[in-house]
Design a protein around this ligand. Sequence first.
Ligand code: FAD
Length: 371
Amino acid sequence: EKIIIVGAGILGASTAYHLAKAGAEVVIIDRNDDGQATNAAAGIVCPWLSQRRNKAWYNLAKGGAKYYPTLIANLEEDGEKNTGYAKVGAISIHTDEEKIYAMEKRALKRKLDAPEIGEITVLNTEQTKALFPPLADGYKSVHVSGAARVNGRALRSSLLNGARKHGAKVFSGNASLLCKENKVTGVIFNDKKITANKVIVTAGAWANQIIEPLGIQFQVTSQKAQIMHLQIPDESTGKWPVVIPPSDQYILSFEDQRIVIGATHENYAGFDTRVTAGGCHEILNKALQIAPGLSVCTILETRVGFRPFTPDFLPVIGPLPGFSGILVANGLGASGLTMGPFIGLQLAKLALNKELDIELSHYDVASAVCN
Ligand code: FAD
């Protein structure tokens, strides 16, 4: 079975790895666009505290978090040790005690069918600040030990390296679809035709560009996000937990004194990859209110990424309606690092006609397509 994957963010890279490991002949083509979501992503893997009620969405997020340890172990067996994943836990912080207990209750309820959430502990203000010293005074928290952070860049590289080790070929550049009488037969890459049994399009926010020539519109919208990387002097940050404040912001810590704060949610920015004054102002303003101890940090860089959203903020996964030889997955939105590896596994199974771990009808690609 020869399969071409177009687009290698976290989703395409995971699909490629699983297909190659299963013995398929895999070709990956990726354009590495500025604004690739995976390259800019923060890296929180902690879906259980979300208040979103959509079950189909939650099942992907929950399944994604649960799958990580298995995937990381498999990659390590393949010699990929720098996956960027670490189960450092998370603290969901609040100044209001009632909110803390409501959060704890929610987490305990979620634990019933997601033991991977780990230990759930309510921490007082001192305990909370001890776990993340730059924090302002007065925050209590719920600590969740099963939460993790992952460096999207590192994980993507590990997956692609792993795929290569299992025989996949990785090319960089643009691909367009080869299609004859509603059957996709391959791609055009560098003016050359490459044929395959199936093409899998995991092209993130850019997916409509490649699908549109088939005569249909693929409804993916991009939400611009700016995110800042800081360096904090004189601290050992490698084991600090993810900080989830009550706002739409977050703080993550990585090795080498690196702190990541963000992000913006810009809905009408198109594919504008600029770092803006307003974006940085918003991020710094919100982060320094929560954690004034970060004011001493060096600003290292600001990254820009485009979160891909499909209608109803629900991912779509499966065959492209009206065509054969093509599978599509998209719409991982703000949780794609959490879900991406798991959805990639499902796509690989789908391409190889194996039984899936998800109910595919909940993610019908038709809901994102119009003629
Ligand atoms: P992308 O990573 O965007 O990859 C798509 C790829 O397809 C690109 O490389 C592009 O160049 C390529 N491509 C497109 N068209 C073509 C073509 N015709 N030919 C060749 N290549 C093509 N998720 C979490 O779970 N936790 C987080 O903490 C988190 N934080 C985030 C913070 C930010 C700032 C952003 C932007 C996102 C965050 N996300 C997070 C979400 C997550 O990053 C995305 O949902 C996920 O990375 C999407 O992956 P993808 O593979 O679908 O798309």
